[in-house]
Design a protein around this ligand. Structure first.
Ligand code: NAP
Length: 290
């Protein structure tokens, strides 16, 4: 990272107003004495060309970005270099801009998810994974699980649009060994009653009125139910899973872990536990443990 003053980092997406990322990143900048601010850039698609053109200018203060829905794939054409994992998943959520204004793209969603799974004590090797949703988040998670030496035994994906789940598999298959991954026709075909890990990678559960995507009786106590949603902190799915004695996690841990990895890419530093704990507290309004 260059030593210029008043550097700008930020999140591009649409919409972005709901984002919690400024809380954690601005805390880290403060703790580390880095003169930088993390901002939100709400961009319409037709504004992307101009944004990336201006990013190239010598006097641009922007040194790093996060990317969210709906641009994780669309930003790739603006980047000079992709990390090996971003090349596999073909989705970018982190951009580093160097002093020569060259741009490098990374994906920390998948690795962030894995770091949090490890923190929860979940070992992926030989496990049966069921995923709801085949969008951007599922793409990052499926690809990182398929790249692991500790590969799961199986990954089943259900999306309301089966073609979407099949497209995800077919696309990743051109760059990754996807033999363990299968698109299924219904929630029943996910075989949740036999699974070890259930991941909700749909937005279903964010609204109070959303119905739960499955019946309570297929949730069991040997299951880890990981809901990528973090607002609300406890979705109906997580409440139901907790009642059935399953282990549960919302998406805040993943959000935090991907953010830490992004920050480390931008600053080329390893964050120590003290700074990480302060970032976590700012994100959660005071929760101690992540
Ligand atoms: P996305 O690209 O829109 O993907 C969501 C997918 O779920 C879409 O394919 C959608 O299909 C499908 N879907 C919607 N309703 C469904 C249903 N009833 N049953 C099965 N599939 C259904 O969104 P995303 O970026 O992957 O994000 C998914 C969720 O993860 C969001 O809640 C997001 O906030 C969360 N997330 C959390 C983190 C974190 O760090 N914790 C990171 C990324 C995302 P249609 O497109 O046909 O509706």
């Amino acid at each position: 990272m260059k030593s210029k003053e008043n550097l700008i980092f930020g999140l591009i997406g649409f919409p972005v107003e709901h984002s919690l990322s400024p809380l954690m990143h601005n805390t880290a900048f403060k703790e580390l004495g880095i003169d930088a601010t993390y901002k939100l850039f709400s961009l319409k698609e037709e504004e992307l060309d101009k944004f990336f053109k201006e990013l190239r200018l010598k006097d641009s203060p922007i040194a790093g970005l996060n990317v969210t829905v709906p641009y994780k794939e669309k930003v790739i054409k603006y980047l000079d270099v992709l990390s090996p994992y971003a090349q596999k998943t073909m989705a970018v959520n982190t951009i580093v801009i160097n002093e020569k204004r060259k741009t490098s793209g990374f994906n920390t969603d998948g690795p962030g998810f894995l770091v949090h799974l490890a923190k929860l004590g979940f070992n992926t090797e030989g496990k049966r994974v069921a995923i709801l949703g085949a969008g951007g988040a599922a793409r990052a998670i499926v690809s990182v699980l398929c790249l692991l030496p500790e590969r799961p035994a199986s990954i089943k994906i259900y999306d309301v649009d089966k073609d979407k789940a099949q497209y995800l598999i077919d696309d990743l298959k051109t760059r990754l060994d996807m033999a363990i991954v299968e698109a299924v026709d219904s929630v029943d075909d996910l075989n949740i009653e036999l699974a070890d890990l259930l991941i909700n990678a749909t937005p279903v559960g964010m609204k109070e009125t959303d119905l739960c995507l499955m019946e309570e009786d297929i949730i069991h106590k040997n299951l880890l139910v990981y809901d990528l949603i973090y607002n609300p902190a406890q979705t109906k799915l997580l409440k139901m899973a907790r009642n059935k004695g399953a282990k549960v996690s919302n998406g805040l841990g993943m959000l935090f872990c991907q953010g830490v990895l992004s920050f480390q890419h931008w600053t080329n530093t390893e964050l120590d536990d003290d700074v990480k704990n302060k970032m976590w507290k700012s994100l959660t309004g005071g929760l101690k443990e992540w």
